[in-house]
Design a protein around this ligand. Structure first.
Ligand SMILES: *[C@@H]1O[C@H](CO)[C@@H](O)[C@H](O)[C@H]1NC(C)=O
Ligand SMILES: *[C@@H]1O[C@H](CO)[C@@H](O)[C@H](O)[C@H]1NC(C)=O
Length: 454
């Protein structure tokens, strides 16, 4: 019986492959893995040389991976710059992405993908209701679409959700989503695509956030950490920019670290930071980064201008290309081969308002079925959104034994579940105008480095 089912399955997939040979995921690109505090491509250390790719800007929701023509046009420019990575902020998970992903793979380019959209994301103003099964269905469906591509380098579980001290109370939700994504990847038997968080350029709790994402049980910890950094404004230096101090600060950190956005545009950009980023000044701690951003948008960070589908280079294009061409990867770069966890940071309100002993919210019960059955069709950009949909988490867990779902908790955790549900998970005070996570990029884009609060 088993045998005949397998035979049927093989026949079906074989005929599918025959009918559409170009639509399967490319096999001849080496997936990126994590070793200690570094990324590896096979046996070679991998440094991200990338750009943030959101043609249309952060205020217009678009999926550049579903736009085959635009993607193929831009890949030529990525190759010209010498890139190996792009980051995309949102994808429409109802669309097909095979053609662009395969074209990227053919060019040796990997994708770092934010799984959220403005309508499907954790709401920092009121995270509890936004962490629900409808939200998880969206991001799991996105994983279903992208985990199959060997050039999917990593998933961002969140982007700039915490954007000041007080909003750090949302951190347990960010960490829970990171955990759920990785558990989903394992439950569905996908390749272990690394999962981590992209932090805002906030000095007051950058280090705590990084430590928080790397403390606790292995199941709770991230696979990497990334942050945005606009503090090197040309002309500057390793010392003047303060990047030397950041390297010191993160020395001994046990996860791969990279810049998810960089490239201060206060002055004319010479991308002097590139020489430091890909040298032994930083390589023991950093694994490269992503320049903000590929296309010219109202925030004025563009390398190229796209008008009516036609491209033209801006001065920053040549400046970045030349800086990257001069910077050679420093081999294994003195990376930390063991890596590993650190203690959870102590509460230090208002900058860091999470207790080291706080548990994470358990995964909302109805999302458990996706682990067994898959997430099904993604609703895409036209979906109804998830901010106040579905069922929220009803208990907390330390999830050391894989118990990430409320109903699966040990009896001890269950006993705390009902009356202790909100302990340690305070609703953040409303100190800012409501802004959904996916839209926060707009703010950081518009005000640039000025987003640093307090
Ligand atoms: C280093 O980390 C500490 C602790 O978070 C922080 O107070 C300090 O500002 C950091 N220094 C730099 C240069 O980032
Ligand atoms: C390597 O990382 C581990 C875990 O964070 C840390 O304990 C150790 O001190 C690090 N080693 C070096 C040489 O930085």
């Amino acid at each position: 019986m088993k045998g005949s089912i397998i035979a049927t399955a093989l026949t079906v997939s074989a005929s599918t492959v025959l009918a559409a040979p170009s639509l399967s995921a490319r096999d001849d690109i080496t997936p990126i893995t994590v070793k200690g505090n570094a990324f590896f491509k096979g046996n070679e250390r991998f440094y991200m040389r990338g750009v943030d790719y959101q043609p249309g800007g952060s205020s217009k929701l678009a999926d550049p991976i579903a736009d085959v023509e635009g993607c193929k046009r831009d890949i030529e420019k990525f190759k010209d710059l010498g890139l190996n990575t792009i980051r995309v902020y949102s994808v429409d998970n109802s669309k097909d992405h095979d053609e662009c992903m395969n074209a990227l793979a053919d060019a040796g380019i990997y994708l770092v993908l934010d799984v959220n959209t403005p309508d499907y994301s954790i709401n920092r103003e009121n995270p509890g209701p936004s962490y629900n099964d409808v939200y998880l269905q969206y991001i799991f469906a996105t994983v279903d679409k992208f985990a199959k591509y060997k050039n999917t380098l990593a998933f961002f579980s969140g982007n700039e959700v915490i954007n000041d001290g007080p909003s750090s109370v949302t951190a347990p939700y960010v960490k829970a989503v990171t955990r759920d994504l990785r558990n989903y990847i394992r439950a569905r038997n996908y390749r272990e695509v690394p999962v981590g968080y992209s932090a805002a350029d906030v000095d007051t709790n950058r280090r705590e956030m990084a430590e928080y994402m790397n403390c606790g049980t292995d199941e709770e910890r991230s696979d990497f950490f990334a942050f945005n950094d606009y503090s090197w404004c040309s002309p500057s230096s390793f010392k003047t920019s303060g990047w030397d101090q950041k390297v010191k600060n993160f020395t001994g950190y046990g996860l791969p670290l990279f810049l998810s956005e960089y490239g201060c545009n206060t002055n004319k950009r010479d991308f002097g930071e590139v020489a430091s980023l890909y040298s032994t000044q930083m390589s023991a701690v950093y694994s490269g980064g992503l320049v903000y951003e590929y296309s010219q948008e109202p925030s004025d960070y563009g390398l190229v201008e796209i008008k009516n589908g036609k491209l033209s280079d801006l001065p920053d294009f040549a400046a970045l290309k030349s800086a990257l061409a001069k910077a050679n990867d420093p081999g294994d770069g003195g990376y930390n081969k063991t890596g590993g966890p650190n203690p959870c940071p102590a509460r230090n309100a208002p900058n860091w308002d999470v207790d080291a002993a706080d548990k994470l919210p358990a995964m909302p019960e109805p999302a458990k079925k996706y682990f067994e059955n898959g997430a099904g069709d993604g609703p895409g950009f036209d979906g109804d959104g998830s901010q106040n949909a579905g069922s929220q988490s009803t208990s907390q867990t330390t999830n050391g034994e894989g118990n990430t779902v409320s109903g699966d908790l040990s009896s001890e955790a269950n006993a705390e579940g009902s009356d202790g549900a909100a302990t340690g998970l305070q609703i953040p005070s409303l100190t800012m105008a409501p802004a959904f996570v996916g839209l926060v990029t707009i703010m950081s884009t518009l005000v640039g480095a000025g987003v640093v609060l307090i």
